[in-house]
Design a protein around this ligand. Structure first.
Ligand code: NAD
Length: 469
């Protein structure tokens, strides 16, 4: 079925001009993105600031209802949003991709609408009474990446609004249309100026992070940009949630059943064609199971169709942009040059249309090869052999990042024991990247600080205020 996204685009495109955005699968024009000027950013922050006290003064129940109404609006427009997302980001409609992402926007809004952060009585005795309240911070500046542009925007918007803040959001320059369309749909259900999008690139993001009327930055993106933002936000002592890069390890234990785990291992690594921060990026497998794990993964990989996102049969798509394609290609070449064994893929078609990179599994690779130790945002998985579990744990913990990790085993207690020794914000057992709106998610080390989701996430967009008597 063809779904017309023109009506959505007409509402967000400038009357004339704008930056042309092309489909990474076909090279066809998707639409034209407006670019906000510095004056428009000033105006947006001023409007969000003016709207904030009124929004905060509403009852908690009112704000919860508004989030549910926003979720209803997404549901009404779900197919158009998924089609636009697929064309701009490249991800297929099916599999854990565009429709899944739009569905996640709805579930995160609804879950966040149901959490509540009650005042906490800390002391109540003869010495006196102290109660901790969670106040709004003011205007939250949200800056996001291009890999899950809609879902990550919701992760920033939903808790901020729930707690009585207003939001100015700057989407990635690669995927502005998806976020502008999402914000347009959300705003059909929200009061004026509580949520404003300012499309632009890094220079506009930089202005947002330095703005004295922005109380908090919620940033999801690379560690390099995150470090820059931390410095820029210092002068105004902004609160920050930093969701940065990762390079997630997975350890298969010698009691695992390779065939039973193969499909979950595959999707742990290849969700969104590998363009996922908390995806499995390096897999450590014991020698005793090594060939069986490799063969099982190849069997799954062979049967996962890759192609243009709007074609319903596909579950893997192109890389979103050329520079990301080049990083993946460089790292896979480095692995091949080192003598590693390519089990499948690794040989992109010369001169093909679209930024497609074949699903690639690389075995017999050195644990220090660049494909293993550098963050690679594409459909390639290095499989490293180990003979000593202690060594695999050490390799897993050796990098300066620690977003997610996973342990794969038939023995949950043993897996939990190994999990407890991994340095990461989340460690999953027999799954990878399985996020849940009730469960806090965030990074260790240079993968960032602060958490999103659940009541812990609400605290991050609130000012703790103690009243004592
Ligand atoms: P990026 O850092 O290049 O860009 C992210 C955003 O920052 C964009 O909107 C960009 O315009 C903006 N930006 C760039 N320079 C800026 C500056 N000086 N000041 C303010 N804003 C600026 O990241 P990307 O390539 O879009 O995203 C991929 C990265 O994001 C990967 O490293 C990935 O691991 C990470 N990521 C992390 C999470 C997480 O939850 N930890 C989730 C998704 C992606």
């Amino acid at each position: 079925m063809t779904v017309d996204t023109q009506e959505l685009l007409d509402r967000i495109q400038p009357a004339q001009g704008g930056r042309e955005i092309f489909d990474p699968a076909t090279g066809e024009l998707v639409g034209r993105a407006p670019e906000a000027t510095a004056e428009e950013l000033e105006d947006a922050v001023a409007r969000a600031k003016a709207a904030q006290p009124g929004w905060a003064a509403r009852s908690d129940q009112d704000r919860s209802k508004a989030l549910h109404a926003a979720a209803d609006a997404i549901e009404t427009n779900a197919e158009q949003l998924a089609h636009l997302l697929s064309r701009e980001q490249g991800k297929p409609l099916n599999g854990p991709n565009a429709r899944f992402e739009v569905g996640a926007c709805v579930s995160w809004l609804r879950a966040t609408a149901e959490f509540s952060l009650e005042p906490e009585t800390l002391v109540d005795d003869d010495s006196g009474k102290a109660v901790l309240h969670w106040r709004p911070l003011g205007v939250v500046g949200a800056i996001g990446p291009w890999n899950w542009p809609m879902m990550i925007s919701i992760w920033q918007i939903a808790p901020s609004l729930r707690q009585g803040n207003t939001v100015v959001i700057k989407p990635s320059g690669y995927t502005p249309l998806s976020v502008l369309a999402l914000v347009d749909v959300l705003n059909s259900a929200l009061p004026a100026d509580v949520l404003i999008a300012v499309p632009g690139r890094g220079d506009l993001g930089e202005k947002l992070t330095k703005h004295s009327d922005i109380a908090k930055i919620m940033f999801t993106g690379s560690t390099a940009t995150g470090k820059h933002i931390i410095k820029n936000a210092a002068d105004t002592v902004k609160r920050m949630t930093m969701e940065l890069g990762g390079n997630d390890a997975g350890i298969v234990l010698d009691d695992a059943d390779p065939k039973a785990l193969a499909e979950d291992l595959f999707w742990g690594a290849f969700i969104n064609t590998g363009q996922t921060c908390a995806a499995l990026k390096r897999l450590y497998v014991p020698e005793s199971l090594y060939e069986e794990v490799c063969e099982s993964l190849v069997e799954v990989a062979k049967n996962m169709p890759m192609g243009v996102g709007l074609e319903e049969q596909n579950v893997l798509g192109p890389l979103q942009n050329k520079s990301q394609w080049e990083i993946v290609d460089r790292l896979v070449k480095a692995a091949k040059d080192s003598g590693a064994r390519v089990l499948i893929g690794g040989d992109p078609e010369e001169g093909a249309t679209g930024y497609f990179y074949p699903t690639t599994l690389v075995a017999d690779i050195d644990p220090e090869n660049p494909l293993v130790v550098e963050e690679q945002f594409g459909p390639a998985l290095p499989i490293v052999k180990y003979t000593d579990l202690e060594q695999a744990i050490e390799w897993s913990n050796t990098l300066n990042v620690g977003l997610g990790s996973s342990v794969w085993s038939s023995n949950p207690e043993r897996a939990e024991e190994v999990a407890s020794r991994l340095v990461a914000g989340s460690t999953w057992i027999n799954k990878h990247g399985a996020i849940d709106p009730r469960v806090p998610f965030g990074g260790a080390r240079e993968s960032g600080f602060g958490v999103e989701f659940g009541t812990h996430g609400l605290k991050e967009v609130s000012q703790p205020h103690v009243i004592s008597r």
